[in-house]
Design a binder for this molecule. Structure first.
Ligand code: GDP
Ligand code: MG
Length: 444
């Protein structure tokens, strides 16, 4: 798997200070393969890898994480960019003289009918606009009934079925009914084929000419591979598409097709289908899809948290102290609050790959859990500044005062002091090897 392969490469990454070209190249070679395996098209991969390299080489290494983890984060950021950036996804263009038409396009089974009903529900509840659903799938009566049922679930209007009408006739009738019955939006669900053919394209084009849709959404299955790119290209050549919808994001596809489709068409991905149900539609989230393609959401989240929360100055100060063999209770307190910012010990351990059950068990057996961290913080905050800087001042009477002040037994104060001594010893050793934070001690 990608995870295994990457950990192999990243174990070899040793650079400190800045990311070297060699480190980055090694990592990107693997990522290239991984992206191809996730069904991202080759030209897209090439382009992408080159961009990430440019960004990564010479980048400062964040102290709290390993260079390998950082490359993953850079790759992730590159993917997010390629997927349209981190901001709020583009909404639907629904302004204008009602009724506004939305046209659903895509291959058979891609999820058009389901998505049409989901959109109807979303527009009605979020935008407070009235939506009429119309099925243009004249070849399959069952498909019309499917939409009718889903329209009921979505509590949206449904255009009655009239036998014998062509798709373009239904489109005309739908727009007229929408106008007469005071609908704001008419969603036209078209028929699909198992592959693109000229007739399908001509029909979709004729419908678009009649309804003049504000949105023409290409619906594609996240589980489809390379052919999704070709589908997107062909549709985009003939229809003025305005956006993509990626369905079955709840399945176990890697979603690499999304990246290629976005790259090839330049169209925004607007929504993600996440279940078969009528409420299973989420606004597109580039970070989520990027994490999925990369398959390393865990590390990305870790690096993000670390780089966001980790105060660089503090880290540098601590590193200097450690190098000198100093690590007082103020530093311990900083580390504890750093850890709680990162979701506590459980949060950090959960994010770390290779943190196996055995290690977690050992830590738990040592009684090192989040509630203990909180008590330790309380103990430290009951000390004076001077005591924190010089723990050797803490004799029996002071310990008693601190225990009373923080609501714990003296034995717990002793435990904390012992742990601190052990950590300080460990730091001294680490400190000699070079500036590394406690966090990187955990990731090593
Ligand atoms: P169409 O032929 O393009 O209209 O596709 P349908 O809307 O009929 O969907 C085909 C199948 O995929 C149906 O069984 C849907 O319930 C299912 N489906 C559609 N979207 C999703 C989704 O986001 N997640 C899951 N799990 N199933 C979906
Ligand atoms: Mg359908």
């Amino acid at each position: 798997t990608l995870t295994e392969r990457l950990s192999g490469v990243f174990d070899k990454l040793t650079g400190r200070g800045v990311l070297s070209e060699k480190d980055v190249d090694a990592a990107l070679r693997e990522i290239r393969v991984a992206l191809l395996e996730a069904d991202v098209a080759l030209p897209v991969v090439k382009d992408f890898v080159a961009k990430v390299k440019e960004r990564a080489v010479g980048d400062d290494v964040i102290r709290a994480v390993s260079p390998g983890q950082q490359v993953i984060k850079l790759v992730h950021d590159g993917l997010v960019d390629l997927l349209g950036g981190e901001g709020e996804p583009e909404g639907l263009a629904l302004d204008g003289e009602p009724p506004i038409a939305i046209l659903m396009a895509g291959l058979q089974g891609s999820g058009k009918t389901t998505t049409a009903a989901k959109l109807a529900r979303r527009i009605q509840t979020r935008e407070k606009k009235k939506v009429l659903l119309a099925s243009l799938d004249t070849r399959r009566p069952a498909a019309m009934e499917q939409l009718q049922q889903m329209a009921q679930q979505a509590e949206a209007g449904f255009l009655p079925i009239v036998a014998g009408q062509t798709a373009t006739e239904i489109a005309k009738r739908a727009m007229k009914a929408g106008q007469l019955q005071g609908y704001d939006v008419v969603i036209l669900d078209t028929a699909g084929r198992t592959s693109i053919d000229e007739e399908l394209m001509a029909e979709a084009k004729a419908i678009a000419d009649i309804a003049k849709p504000h949105e023409t959404l290409l619906v594609a299955d996240a589980l489809t591979g390379q052919d999704a790119v070709e589908t997107a290209r062909r549709f985009h050549e003939r229809l003025p598409l305005t956006g993509l919808v990626l369905t079955r994001m709840d399945g176990d596809g890697r979603g690499g097709a999304a990246l290629s489709m976005r790259h090839v068409t330049g169209l925004p991905i607007k929504f993600l289908g996440v279940s078969e149900k009528v409420d299973g539609l989420d606004a597109f989230d580039a970070k989520r899809v990027a994490g999925r393609i990369l398959g390393r959401g865990d590390i990305v989240a870790l690096v993000e948290k670390a780089s966001e929360e980790y105060d660089k100055d503090k880290a540098e100060r601590l590193a200097k102290k450690m190098a000198k063999g100093k690590f007082d209770l103020n530093d311990l307190s900083d580390q504890l609050s750093q850890m709680s910012k990162m979701g506590g010990l459980g949060g950090i351990l959960g994010l770390l790959p290779g943190m196996n059950k055995k290690v977690q068990g050992q830590i738990a057996a040592a009684g090192f859990d989040d509630s203990m961290m909180k008590r330790q913080q309380a103990i430290i905050s009951s000390m004076t500044r001077q005591e924190r800087a010089k723990p050797e001042l803490l004799k029996a009477s002071r310990k008693k005062r601190i225990a009373a002040g923080s609501g714990v037994e003296v034995s717990e104060v002793n435990k904390l002091l012992k742990m601190h001594r052990q950590m300080a010893d460990m730091m001294k050793k680490v400190g000699k090897k070079g500036p590394k934070g406690l966090m990187s001690g955990f990731t090593a």
